[in-house]
Structures are given as C-alpha cells and as structure tokens.
Design a binder for this molecule. Structure first.
Ligand SMILES: Nc1ncnc2c1ncn2[C@@H]1O[C@H](COP(=O)(O)OP(=O)(O)OP(=O)(O)O)[C@@H](O)[C@H]1O
Ligand SMILES: [Mg+2]
Ligand SMILES: [Zn+2]
Length: 646
C-alpha cells in the first residue's frame, strides 16, 4: 500500500478540484503555479521545492495533498506560535490536525500518540518543531509510522532556516538532513518565500532533497506593493510624517467610523515601539505597542484588537507577524532599517496579502545604520574571539545588512533591488516605488543626506556609538528573551544571550531551591545583608551581568532614593510648577537621557518632548512607586545622580 493518493491522472485531478472546493472552500487555484505544485505533490514521485512570495498560498500546496493521502504528513515549522495558527486554521476546516510540542499536557500528548499508534490513525497532519523532530522521544513514533507505511510526506516549512545565508538560520534545521536520510522513500517538500540562489542550493543540499527536484518558483515581485524610503535625518517631523503615511494608506473611514484595513509599524526596540505608539495615538491615530516586554495576556489582547480592527495600527518588534495571516494589511512601515534584505522582504510582504494596493515605507537613518553595523561587527569580533575564526553565518549577517543599506542609499528601483537580491529578473515596476515615480526627488534627498554627512552632522562613527549610561544596549534586537515561542525573530543568538540565559538559569535554580526549602520548612541559611556603599556604581544596574547586585541591594537603594525624593519634596515647596503633572517613573528615564548627554530634563520639559515610559527600563533598574509623587525635577535629578554616583 502506498501512503499517497494513487489513481489515474484524470481521477486525481477531479479529486483535487473537489477537495479544493469542498474542504478548503476555494473556487479555483490562486495561480497556475499553485495548481501545478499541488498536482506534483499529490503524485508523490519527487521531492519538491516551492518558493513563492509571502501570502501566495504555499500552505495549500502540501495541505491539500496531505488531506488526500492515505497516511500522515509531518510538517516541520520553526515556531510554536506559527504552528498554532496553522493548526487553528485547519481545525476550522474540520481537518484532523494536531501538534506535538512541549506545551501539551501529558493527557493531550498521550491522546495524540495513541491515535498515531492505532491501526487507522485519524490525524492527517502532524505539526512539529525541528527540535521535536530530532528528539529521542519522537523517534519511536516516527519509526512506527514508517514501518507501517503511513508516512505520506515530510514537509519543511520556512525552509530558508536551514541555510546559514538565510535571514533566520536555525541550527536545528540542519539536523533535518539526517531525518531526511532516515526516511529516504518519503517525499520531502521544502517551502519558503525567501531564497536567493545560494539559500536555494543550501536547502537542497542540507535537506538532501532527491534529484531531480521538482522546482516551483515564482518571482518575488509583488506588483501591488508600493515601496519607498524616507530619510529620517531630513525630516523636520518624522512622527508627523509617519502619521500622515499611515492615514493615507488606511484611506477613508467606513460608515461605522473605523478603517477597512490596518497596518504594522516595525521598530527595532521595545522602547521605540512604545514611543511610536504614543506619538501616533497622541496625533489621534489609535496605535498600540506589541513586544516581548509585555505580559502574554496583554500581547494577546493587543493582537486581537488589531485583528478585529479595533486598533488599526500595531507598533511591534519583528517578533510580530509570523503566522498572522491578515489579508487587509494596507501598510507596513519600518521605523528602523531591517537587519537584512530577506528579512525586510518578508516583513514588508505582510502588506497587501489580499492583492490590493498597499504601501511599504522604510525610515532610514545613518545613525541607525552605524549603530546596527557597530553591533554586528562587535558580535562578529566576539565570535571570532571565542572560536578563533568567523563562520559563514557571521559574515552573512554583515553582507545581508550591507545589501539593505544599499537598498536605502541607492537610486535604483526598489522592486528591482529586491529582485536582484533574490536572483530574479528585473520586474516591471510601473512606478510602484519612489525611485521610479519620482527619481529626481529621491536623488535630491540622497544629495542632501550626503551633504549632511559631509558636514559631519549625522554619521556617528562606529566606535563612538552611544552605549547609554549602562554601558550596553539591552534593548537592541529586543533584548533576546527566550521562552515566548517567538524568540527566533527578535533576538540574536549571540554569546551575550547564551551567557545571559545561563545566568538566568542559575538564578532561577537558586530561587527554586530556596522556595522548595521554604515549603519543606527547612531553615534557610540567614545571610547577613551588607548594604552597598553610598557611592556604589549602581549605574551598571541595567546589565544582567552584575553579579553582586541583589534584589536586597536594589531595595536598599530604592529606599534611599525614596527618602531623598520625599525630603526634596518637603524642602522645595517652590517646585509647584511641575507638580501633579510629573510622575517619578518618567523622570527616572529622563535622567537616563540626560546622562547620555542627549537632552536635559529641562530641555525636554521646555520643548514638550514626549516622556518615555518606564517599561523601557531594564528589570534590574530601580523602579519607583508610580504613586504620582510630586517633586522638584532638579532636586530629583541631583539625588538620583548622587545615588548613582554619576
Ligand atoms: N486558491 C486560493 N484561493 C483563495 N485564497 C487562497 C488560495 N490559496 C491560499 N489562499 C489564501 O491565501 C492566504 C495565504 O496563504 P498561505 O498562508 O499559505 O501563504 P504563504 O505562501 O504560506 O505565505 P507565508 O510565506 O507568509 O507563510 C491564506 O489566507 C489562504 O487561505
Ligand atoms: Mg506559509
Ligand atoms: Zn520601481
């Protein structure tokens, strides 16, 4: 018995059409390529490589064949969140699908395994992560399916993760090559939206796809997307510009007062997300920040509000959007330059999935460029220091970034630049980008940018990059929090993260052991608390690597700070100007700015510059009770600086 659907070619085509309508609810295939790919996969004779733009409908190319096949299809996908979206979507269609992952309860897991072991399993698609595929516990299930000839297909979604030249390289994807060798008779289907020739070759090699591989590849060109770049340093009011862009892209409001579409603004840091969301809301456009620093429940609420268009604009780190299949995204703006062209293409490609005209704008700044390039180089140097040599992946991140910089700084059709990167023919842009629509205007902007740089106004040399008062930038790439199911897309797997994660693990273990002792009633050893010196260098508090900065020490300093604040308050009755309107948490960050020499609190007040929220403060920073304590700003700053010895 073959695990695939086998009948005559005509009968097969009829079954495919029927399933397309009856099960998936589509009248026709989206494109001829989608149709041919589905038919090829259903035949089950060859390994297949599918590269189609984001939102082109790649999933159907394996989901429909999986439903028609006799056996079970295993789908490897990089993120649990992404898997969950696919599973939910298929369950709505009443397709028997499930996912084996670490978040299941024992009971749920048992139920799935019983079905998979049964003579006639009900499950048609089984979604797993690459880690699960390689795990020892999964091997008996895999072997059992294989021995009973019940394995229909091995699907590798987001296959670019296998390539060190891809923008989301995942070492675990490399292990899929041995999985593939273990099941050579099962057709393997690799799918991606972003594959240069190099990445494509890597996928075919690493996944050991059998030649001849059936290739289904379309141009990456999306004619409904209008691309443009704005130069932040040349804008007098960047937030106003962003606001206008969002409003224009969202179009007219409908009869109920809402917009018919929505948009995404991507920012590099959580802090920037908060700021941009604030700035848009301040200008009357409903926008909410979404990042890993928020509680899971808050993130879910915000995502739902955006999905339902209650909040039309979501301002997010790049963790947001994977697996979110929303058709009417009218714009994607990048408030900061993307880290690679492939990443930018995928992120901006979340616009206009319904085929309607949509806009993609990138706000470019040379400060940004220099900062990112500084951090990429620093990471490369660190890796080189550790390993003695640079790996492909290290170099790839710099190369990918340089392509992105050229994209912004060259007068070339944006679509053509993207197409060249992916090795496609130059597309017919038809004025769907700023360079084709108004080359003179873009050229003028580029000249202006250059003249600013020549006068030394914009370009921060890498070595001079401000690292903040705490000596590092924990917010870069969104901090690298693990365990949220979307770590891949907003963190760099560099040494820092490994160390930080080790450190967190140790802290957690200690905490856990203490709690267990408490539960057992065991006396904890009483450690004598030695308060830190009055001038201890607390300013390094944002670094996770300070070994001696305990919770107790922080509480101690907080107490001193609170005392200093209230004595200031009593002392300086004349500071009423700022009373009631100024809250300590905001001021806390204000001093951070001042320390960086960026702007003084007074300037900030005078210019009515917006306050930042304390969410940007690192957890180990001192947090003040936001009780609305009224205080004199200079006194506050003095006491704060005194305390922090800076
Ligand atoms: N033949 C079709 N007719 C109408 N809609 C379709 C068809 N095929 C797929 N779609 C819809 O297109 C949308 C995008 O499909 P899908 O999620 O498979 O995209 P994708 O190519 O995997 O994109 P990404 O690279 O972002 O993962 C889905 O909402 C899907 O239901
Ligand atoms: Mg997909
Ligand atoms: Zn163009």
């Amino acid at each position: 018995m073959n695990a695939h659907y086998s009948t005559s070619s005509f009968g097969r085509d009829c079954k495919i059409q029927k399933a397309l309508k009856k099960i998936f609810g589509f009248d026709s295939f989206r494109t001829l390529l989608q149709e041919s790919a589905v038919k090829e996969v259903v035949k089950g004779e060859n390994d297949v490589f599918i590269c189609m733009p984001t939102g082109a409908g790649k999933s159907l190319c394996y989901q429909l064949p999986a439903v028609l096949a006799i056996g079970i299809t295993i789908v490897i996908s990089p993120l649990i969140a992404l898997i969950q979206d696919q599973v939910d979507h298929l369950l709505v269609l009443k397709i028997k699908v499930c996912s084996l992952n670490s978040k299941l309860t024992i009971q749920e897991r048992k139920k799935i395994l019983i079905d998979l072991q049964s003579e006639k399993p009900q499950i048609k698609l089984l979604y797993i992560t690459p880690e699960m595929a390689a795990s020892v516990s999964f091997q008996p299930t895999l072997n059992s399916l294989l021995n009973r000839n019940l394995l229909s297909y091995l699907i590798i979604d987001e296959a670019h993760c296998v390539s060190q030249w891809g923008h989301d390289f995942r070492p675990d994807y490399l292990r899929l090559g041995s999985l593939r060798s273990h099941i050579p008779q099962t057709p393997c289907i690799a799918l991606t939206a972003t594959a240069t020739k190099q990445v494509q070759d890597d996928i075919i090699d690493s996944l050991k796809l059998k030649q001849p591989v059936a290739m289904f590849k379309t141009s990456c060109f999306r004619s409904n997307l209008f691309y443009d770049v704005q130069f932040k340093e040349l804008l007098t009011d960047p937030y106003g510009n962003l606001n206008d862009f969002c409003l224009k892209a969202l179009g007219e409001k409908n009869s109920t007062g809402g917009y018919t579409g929505c948009g995404i603004v991507y920012c590099r840091t959580r802090d920037a997300c908060e700021e941009v969301a604030f700035q848009l809301s301040f200008r009357g456009l409903k926008a909410k920040a979404y990042h890993a620093g928020l509680k899971t429940a808050d993130r879910t609420t915000i995502q739902n509000e955006w999905m339902e268009e209650v909040v039309p604009v979501i301002v997010a780190t790049i963790s947001f959007g994977m697996g979110v299949d929303k058709a009417n995204v009218r714009f994607v703006a990048h408030w900061n330059i993307a880290k690679s062209m492939a990443g930018y293409y995928q992120e901006s490609g979340r616009a206009g999935r319904d085929g309607k005209n949509s806009s993609c704008r990138l706000y470019y700044s040379r400060n940004d460029r220099d900062q990112i390039s500084f951090f990429i180089k620093r990471d490369m140097a660190k890796r080189q220091g550790k390993r003695g040599s640079l790996k492909t992946y290290d170099k790839a991140s710099m190369v990918g970034f340089e392509v992105m910089v050229n994209f912004c700084e060259q007068l070339e059709c944006r679509h053509a630049a993207i197409a060249r990167y992916f090795g496609d023919e130059k597309p017919l842009c038809n004025k769907s980008c700023d360079c084709c629509l108004n080359p003179g205007g873009v050229n003028k902007q580029l000249d202006l940018l250059q003249s600013l740089t020549d006068r030394g106004k914009t370009c921060i040399r890498a070595a001079e990059v401000s690292q903040g008062p705490f000596g590092n930038d924990p917010e870069l790439y969104d901090g690298g929090r693990k365990g949220y199911g979307f770590a891949r897309y907003d963190e760099d797997c560099d040494g820092d993260d490994e160390e930080a994660s080790e450190h967190r693990k140790k802290e957690w273990n200690q905490f856990y052991q203490q709690q267990m002792k408490l539960r057992k009633g065991t006396e904890l050893e009483k450690k004598e608390f030695i308060p830190p010196e009055p001038f201890c260098p607390l300013k390094d508090a944002s670094s996770q690597k300070i070994p001696k900065l305990t919770v107790k020490a922080r509480e101690h300093c907080l107490k001193i700070l609170e005392e200093a604040l209230s004595s200031n308050l009593q002392k300086d009755g004349a500071a009423s100007r700022w009373r009631r309107s100024t809250k300590p948490p905001k001021l806390a960050l204000c001093t951070q700015y001042w320390d960086q020499g960026l702007v003084s609190p007074q300037q900030q007040m005078r210019n009515h510059l917006p306050w930042k929220k304390t969410s940007s403060l690192h957890p180990s920073c001192i947090r003040l009770n936001p009780s609305g304590l009224v205080l004199d700003i200079e006194g506050f700053v003095d006491s704060f600086r005194l305390l922090l010895n800076c």
